[in-house]
Design a protein around this ligand. Sequence first.
Ligand code: NAP
Length: 242
Amino acid sequence: MNDSGATVLVAGASGGTGREVLRILDGRDPTVRALTRSAAMADRLRRLGADDVVVGDLLDGTGLSAAVEDASVVISAVGSSPRDILTAEEFVDGAGTIALLEAAVAHGVDAFVMESALGVGDDRASVLGRLFDTFIGPIQAAKGRAEAAIRDADIRHTILRPGVLTNGRRTDDVTAAPPGRQLWGTVSRADVARLLAAAPYTGAAAHRTLEVVATPSHRDAGLSIDWQLPRPTGTIAVEDGE
Ligand SMILES: NC(=O)c1ccc[n+]([C@@H]2O[C@H](COP(=O)([O-])OP(=O)(O)OC[C@H]3O[C@@H](n4cnc5c(N)ncnc54)[C@H](OP(=O)(O)O)[C@@H]3O)[C@@H](O)[C@H]2O)c1
């Protein structure tokens, strides 16, 4: 995919991973639009690199059209807080992400990237992964519904299922593998953010669901993928990358 003149929407931009996505895209070619429910976050998101901020809520649909209008890429790093398990009727991980997907398809967005979680879906997960799942089962189930909708939709997609997230530094050394290989472990939000930002520009990531943990664990289970970030601002495109 070509990044020239593109707008990338980052949903969940104020969150731990979302902020890392803004940092990685800062100084790169695409225009970056951030989605947040909080108008008070706008200045902070601009300082982190957002060119544009849309205030909206994926669960009530406010701001949804403005968020995806003219965007060519949607990166979703939204997520519920653990207290939502007790109170929420619907989760942003499920219904909210599906609303974002439907708006993206309706507006002709080229690529949709979702940050999901290890343990989502029916694929063989590790024992530890299944244990983790029992604590946040309703949220994992909601993510599973969103994943299924994304795989069914007529849009290029990448779904990343990270292990337990940390605020550690970016290492650029992760294992990304198809579901079923029993990956388990931690991975930094910064490393996940690099893959989320690169997925639309990386041919080998198209139409894939990938589990992601920090290397060295499971190194042999991983695919060899040359993740391509959009080019830095002011440089000339050499090739499309696909
Ligand atoms: N914690 C872990 O170990 C772990 C492991 C694997 C996967 N994950 C998943 O990875 C993702 C990112 O996690 P994180 O901890 O980096 O993020 P986070 O800090 O929890 O941020 C999530 C963001 O979602 C946004 N959001 C929530 N409800 C929304 C709604 N109704 N409409 C629009 N935006 C909404 C919030 O933005 P505003 O408040 O600005 O609206 C918030 O900044 C989540 O899906 C999480 O479940 C987490």
